[in-house]
Each structure stands twice: as structure tokens, then as C-alpha cells.
Design a protein around this ligand. Structure first.
Ligand code: NAP
Length: 448
């Protein structure tokens, strides 16, 4: 039997994910060698603090604080430190030195993907980051490889487990946002500073990556419109539930195409064409496949011209699940070295532009607190029609204030698909009506 060659693997970071990757590299060396066609030798692990406790017992001699020296002779570099610097410089240097790089760093890929890809192309090495989107779920490779002979028209993703957990708690227990967040923090689903998750920034990075691969164009974080879940109230959730919807934080990338020119979902507002990439709380019908994604799980729902609808579901975070995605990339990169050539790279031939949020076309849910007077419904319906926004569902519930005995009505409206601009103008005009006490919520709706 011919002796397998050995490839040197440098690991940058030994936290939640890095420790599990190191464990697999050491414990499953024979299995990995048979899959990669080369032995994968872990030559070192760069960390900040040599004395920090580790989740996995690992040989002390592997650890170093000198990442620059560690990557010098590596064939494969796994970056699991997170953050922009020094991760960015280390990845660029490693690729210039001829190493293939695997990373889980969504923030870096979303911010500076084009530079990283350019360097990988120039150096003829593989750069892969399956772990950066939806943890264990194989989603980037299916989009890049399996669907490369199809046209993706829309991607809807639950790509942040923290926010899905919070919204699911609010939905199932009626809790307010702050209480559901505190519960998520107690259970370790949310960090002490939850901003990146609850304000949608983490999901926005993933949306940029999903859009780039799905539409063969490099989108960055700046192209993504982002709204988080911190202003979603228990009342919003209850009203949505009552109307047969669930609220999810969705990362959405969809192609808006001038009617008749090419297959896409539909024409954007004002005839705009391009890709709308956005993250925002979204109402989904409770029978939509994504509505069944509970707790901290992730899922990505894809619509493609020939494949139709596809859904990918699984654990979106956690040391072991994320390490599984890292190992898949590592084996693929190792095989590309063994077989020669850079392996399968992503294509950027799409040349579609990112559209502003005003070009997005979607349905809306609008909650209104209105005076209980005759003619109110007709007045509101006329105003919507005047702004070109047609109403699909309008429901009224009457409330009587026990103290004042004054009756008011709560009106819940779901519109047909309309542009953001038309909806914003409609809401402004509704606020000016004398019969309106307040606009209680405006939320986007998908899947109707
Ligand atoms: P983590 O637990 O915070 O671990 C980070 C590791 O990097 C630590 O070992 C730390 O060293 C090391 N490190 C940080 N800065 C360094 C520096 N300047 N020089 C040397 N070492 C440095 O992070 P993680 O949760 O494993 O996440 C790693 C990456 O995977 C991130 O990009 C994250 O976004 C991504 N990711 C994570 C998950 C998940 O579930 N955790 C899921 C998907 C993607 P010390 O231990 O000495 O402090």
C-alpha cells in the first residue's frame, strides 16, 4: 500500500469550535486520512492565553501564542479566532504562502469577502467557510455546487439561533422580549452583550454570504438592510398568532426581475431589477415549513427555478455541530491539494446589483388602534386603495375600557404584495386620519 502524504494543519483559535476541531483531528486521524487521501497533522494551535481552561484535553506542546510563525509552513490553516483582525491578516498571509484556508468567521467574510476571494484566486488555493452560515447545516456547498446548474430565485433563512429561541419563547409562553432574552441568556443561547444577535447584525452577515453564493455576485454587509427583533412586542406576537402567523427573524435574498426578461420572483418597486438582501422580523403563515423551526435551530428555505422548494434544517451553532462543518471544508481542501488544483471556487458571473430596501416588494401586516365609529373601515380601505396597496385580510376586534366605558377597535390588516415605498406612504397617511388612535405595528409578511 502506498504511503499517504502528510499535510500540516495549523489551527488558529481553541474556543467553542476550535477545541472540538482539535479533538476530531487528533481522535479521528485515521478516518480523516482515509477520507482526505492524506494524513492531516495538527502542527499547532494559536491562542491568546496559554493557560486558559479548554473544553477538551489537548497536548500542551501544541499551543502557541505566535500565530504568524505557526502558519508559515502550514498546508491548511483553520481560522476559528473570530473578529476582523488579526484574523484577516493571518488568512491573507496564509493564502499568499500557499495554504488553503477554512474559516467560520462570518463577520470577516461578509465584510471583506471580495479581498479574501481575490487573494485565494491569485494564490490558487481554496478558501471555504461552510461553518460561517447556519453552523452544522450543509448549505453553502449545496448552493455553490449542487444548485450551480439551476437559478435560485429566493432564499429565506432562519440563520440566528438566539433570535429564533427568543421569538419561539415569546410565541409559546406569551413572554415579553426582555424576559425571553433573559431566559436565553440563562440557558446560554444568548451572550451577555446580545446586540449582534438581537439587532440582526449576525444574520445580516450570513444574508450577505447566502446572497453572494445564490446570485453569483459578491455582496457585502453594506448591501444588507437590517432590522432586529428588539422592538417586537408580546402584543405583536399575540396578534400574529391570532391571525395564523408566527414571527421569525428572516434573512432574505431574492431576485427582483423586470417582468418578462428573465425568470425571477417578480418586478421590484418602480421596475427595479437586482437582488434585495435584507434581515427583519417577518410574519410567516403557521403552515410554512420555516414556521416549524423551533428553539435555537436554524433552517434555510430555497426556491429555485428547476429544483422548486428545498429546505435545509439543523443546529446552527455549538462547538461540535460547527466543527462538523469545518471538518467537511478541511477534507475538501485537503483533497484539492492531494489531487492538484484549487478545487471548486465560487463564481461571480451574476453581475446583479443590490437593491435598496425601498425596492423590496412584500406583504405587510399592520395593526391599528382605531375609534369605534361607523364608516372607519371604509375610510381606511379607501386610503389604502388610493396608495395602490390592496388589502387581503382586514379583521376588527372591539375593546371596551372598563374605567371610561369608551369603546375602541383594533384593526388588523394584511396587504397583498406592495412596495416598501407605497406601504410607508400609506402608513404615514393612515396616521393622519382623525379616526386613528395609533399604529400599533407594521411588520413584513412572507409566504402568503
Ligand atoms: P471563542 O470560543 O471565542 O474562541 C476564540 C478562540 O480564538 C480562543 O481560543 C481565543 O484564545 C482565540 N483567539 C482570539 N483572538 C486571538 C488572537 N488575537 N490571537 C490568538 N488567538 C486568539 O469562539 P468560537 O465560538 O469558537 O467561534 C470561533 C469562530 O467560529 C468565530 O468566527 C465564530 O463567529 C464562528 N462560529 C462560531 C459558532 C459557535 O457556535 N460558536 C458557530 C458558527 C461560527 P483564548 O482561548 O486564549 O482566549
Amino acid at each position: 500500500m502506498t504511503e499517504l502524504r502528510t499535510l500540516k494543519v495549523a489551527l488558529l483559535g481553541c474556543g467553542n469550535v476550535g477545541a472540538q476541531v482539535a479533538r476530531i483531528l487528533l481522535d479521528d486521524a485515521d478516518m480523516l486520512a482515509s477520507r482526505a487521501g492524506a494524513r492531516l497533522e495538527l502542527v499547532g494551535i494559536a491562542v491568546r492565553n496559554l493557560d486558559a481552561p479548554r473544553e477538551v484535553e489537548l497536548p500542551r506542546g501544541l499551543f502557541t501564542t505566535d500565530a504568524e510563525t505557526l502558519i508559515k509552513d502550514a498546508d491548511l490553516v483553520i481560522e476559528l479566532m473570530g473578529g476582523i483582525e488579526p484574523a484577516r491578516t493571518l488568512i491573507l498571509t496564509a493564502m499568499r504562502n500557499g495554504a488553503c484556508v477554512v474559516t467560520g468567521n462570518k463577520a470577516l467574510v461578509a465584510k471583506d469577502g471580495p479581498t479574501l476571494h481575490e487573494e485565494a484566486d491569485k494564490a490558487g488555493v481554496q478558501l471555504s467557510y461552510e461553518a460561517a452560515v447556519a453552523g452544522a447545516i450543509p448549505i453553502l456547498r449545496p448552493i455553490r455546487d449542487s444548485l450551480s446548474g439551476d437559478r435560485i430565485t429566493r432564499v429565506l433563512g432562519i440563520v440566528n439561533g438566539t433570535t429564533n429561541f427568543i421569538l419561539d419563547q415569546m410565541d409559546s409562553t406569551g413572554a415579553q422580549f426582555a424576559d425571553a432574552l433573559a431566559q436565553a441568556q440563562r440557558l446560554g443561547y444568548a451572550e451577555a452583550d446580545p446586540t449582534a444577535d438581537v439587532e440582526g447584525y449576525d444574520a445580516a452577515s450570513k444574508a450577505a454570504i447566502l446572497a453572494s453564493l445564490s446570485f453569483h455576485t459578491r455582496f457585502s454587509l453594506d448591501d444588507v438592510y437590517c432590522e432586529g427583533i428588539s422592538s417586537v412586542t408580546a402584543a405583536d406576537i399575540a396578534a400574529a398568532k391570532d391571525a395564523g402567523f408566527v414571527i421569525k427573524l428572516l434573512a432574505i435574498a431574492e431576485k427582483l426581475t423586470a417582468a418578462g426578461t428573465e425568470t425571477g420572483t417578480e418586478t421590484g418597486a418602480n421596475g427595479d431589477t437586482g437582488v434585495s438582501v435584507r434581515v427583519h422580523p417577518t410574519l410567516l403563515p403557521r403552515e410554512h415549513p420555516l414556521a416549524a423551526v423551533r428553539g435555537a435551530f436554524n433552517a434555510v428555505f430555497i426556491e429555485a427555478e428547476n429544483a422548486g422548494e428545498l429546505m435545509f434544517y439543523g443546529q446552527g451553532a455549538g462547538g461540535k455541530p460547527t466543527a462538523s462543518a469545518v471538518m467537511g471544508d478541511l477534507i475538501s481542501a485537503a483533497r484539492s491539494i492531494v489531487l492538484g488544483g484549487p478545487g471548486r471556487a465560487e463564481t461571480t458571473t451574476g453581475q446583479v446589483s443590490a437593491l435598496p430596501i425601498t425596492a423590496a416588494v412584500t406583504s405587510y401586516y399592520i395593526g391599528l388602534d382605531v375609534a369605534d365609529q361607523p364608516g372607519v373601515l371604509a375610510k381606511i380601505a379607501r386610503l389604502f386603495a388610493d396608495h395602490g396597496v390592496s388589502i387581503e385580510i382586514m379583521r376588527q376586534t372591539i375593546h371596551r375600557d372598563a374605567d371610561s366605558n369608551v369603546e375602541s377597535a383594533e384593526l388588523r390588516i394584511v396587504t397583498h404584495r406592495a412596495s416598501e415605498a407605497a406601504l410607508a406612504a400609506t402608513v404615514e397617511a393612515v396616521k393622519g386620519l382623525d379616526v386613528i388612535n395609533s399604529v400599533t405595528s407594521v411588520l413584513r409578511v412572507e409566504g402568503v
